[in-house]
Design a protein around this ligand. Structure first.
Ligand code: PLP
Length: 442
């Protein structure tokens, strides 16, 4: 064992895989074994590995300007270019953007922007945030309070109440429905719960509702078709902002440019990281509406400067690589091509609906999950995550990297550049792993 303290890992576990290099959509371990990276790393390496243009952009930027900060009025061209390119793409009106280094810090920044904004417009009491059960928004102290997964909250004594984080239902029909409830009755019930929560807390105390348009870590939950329309109507009624956490769903992942587009959401704020730079370098972005930014300008001299910024906010290297990534997305029509490949992936994955272990195949575009169940007839879940881990390991044996999420679901999130032939390869390897898993549980 090395001296590493590993992230999101059982301290008693031993090291199981040592990745040595990557090329295209494949990675190779230290013994030379090839794996199809069916998770794009951690839902992030959208353009795959060893992309010559991204390496070249990074090298050139390191030679030109390896560091410059953005505090107290300083700036640099590559940072401003990225801000302008990104804000022109997003479905937020006259967007403004703050850069950081991770999805978690992007969400922390949004909490600060919300607090500062509502203080600036004379509504400091509007500070609570509604987050959902089974959501994932990161792991810094504040972002972990937003996250709705027990594993990220247990044992950390998080200041969830102090931060004013409220919790509402996860929009997962399979696991959330009550006896005999139709999908539309389910949506009516959970959106009525949302409205009741808002009324009991007082709408004047609630700043925003945060949601991943389609979730990732909590099992790739694609909400029912009319869910967001109903949520958005309630939020509009009570003057509550829609904050889309697009750390996974941003940039062509869901069959469109953004998850908000796919799900018909009109967000006021968006958080990005991961695919913003195709994960070649760490960078995140917190986007807000232009009028929110404008409303903070004059009050700033009274409130004091916005005292929030990271040494690495808009790091030139990260900006240069992100800028090149966005250029490649646009120039190579990456989102439209990924949408077509995604349709094929979703069709082929649904062939597993007939498999005795498969309870649900979910997803859209190039993100999916297969939920394994103990009883196909009743949909009864496995008691713990052992079967999911076994299945992910079986995938690995067959040369496919998948990820166990939400107990016994297997996630897939292949690079956007994956071809139809490589989708066939994923399906073949996944099929073998499912059969191995069936033999394991029988
Ligand atoms: N938000 C979402 C939706 C995520 O999926 C993640 C990470 O997976 C985060 C935030 C946190 O990002 P990071 O791990 O870069 O802090």
């Amino acid at each position: 064992m090395s001296h590493m303290i590993y992230p999101t890992t059982n301290f008693a576990a031993t090291e199981t895989m040592n990745i040595a290099r990557g090329d295209g959509i494949y990675v190779y371990d230290n013994h030379g074994k090839q794996y199809l990276e069916g998770m794009s790393g951690l839902w992030c390496a959208s353009l795959g590995y060893n992309n010559a243009e991204l390496i070249e952009a990074a090298t050139r930027q390191m030679e030109t300007l390896s560091f410059a900060h953005m505090f107290s009025g300083k700036t640099h061209d590559v940072g401003m270019q990225l801000a302008d390119t990104l804000t022109a793409m997003v479905p937020v009106d006259d967007a403004r953007v703050f850069f950081g280094s991770s999805g978690s810090d992007a969400n922390d920044t949004q909490i600060k922007l919300l607090r500062y904004y509502f203080a600036a417009i004379g509504k400091p009491e509007k500070r609570k945030i509604i987050a959902r059960e089974r959501s994932y928004h990161g792991v810094t102290v504040a972002a972990a309070c937003l996250t709705g997964l027990p594993i990220n909250q247990a044992n950390f004594d998080l200041p969830i109440d102090a931060l004013g984080i409220l919790r509402t239902d996860a929009p997962h029909y399979l696991r959330g429905k009550q006896d005999g409830e139709s999908e539309s009755q389910f949506v009516d019930r959970i959106t009525a719960n949302l409205e009741a929560l808002i009324l009991s807390e007082g709408p004047e105390t609630i700043a925003a509702f945060i949601a991943e348009p389609i979730t990732g870590a909590s099992g790739v939950i694609v909400p029912p078709a009319d869910y967001y329309e109903k949520v958005q109507a309630i939020l509009n009624k009570y003057d509550i902002l829609f904050w889309a956490d697009e750390v996974i769903t941003g940039f062509g992942r869901t069959g469109n440019d953004f998850g908000s587009t796919t799900m018909g959401i009109k967000p006021d704020m968006m958080s990005f990281a991961k695919q913003l730079s195709s994960a070649y370098v760490p960078i995140s972005a917190s986007v807000i509406r232009g009028d929110m930014y404008a409303a903070m300008i004059d009050p700033c001299s009274k409130l004091g400067v916005f005292g929030h910024g990271y040494t690495y906010s808009a790091h030139p290297l990260a900006c240069a690589v992100a800028l090149k990534t966005l250029e490649i997305y646009e120039r190579d029509n990456v989102f439209a091509k990924a949408a077509a490949t995604g349709t094929y992936l979703q069709t082929r994955l649904r062939e597993f609906n007939d498999h005795p272990l498969v309870g649900e195949v979910r997803g859209t575009g190039m993100i999916a999950a297969i939920e394994l169940v103990a009883n196909k007839e009743t949909g009864e879940a496995f008691k713990d995550g052992k079967v999911g881990y076994f299945a992910a390991n079986a995938c690995q044996e067959h040369g496919l990297i998948s990820r166990p999420v939400a107990g016994s679901s297997l996630a897939l999130c292949p690079p956007l550049i994956t071809t139809a032939t490589q989708i066939d390869e994923i399906i073949e390897k996944m099929g073998k792993a499912l059969d191995d898993t069936l033999a394991f549980v029988q």
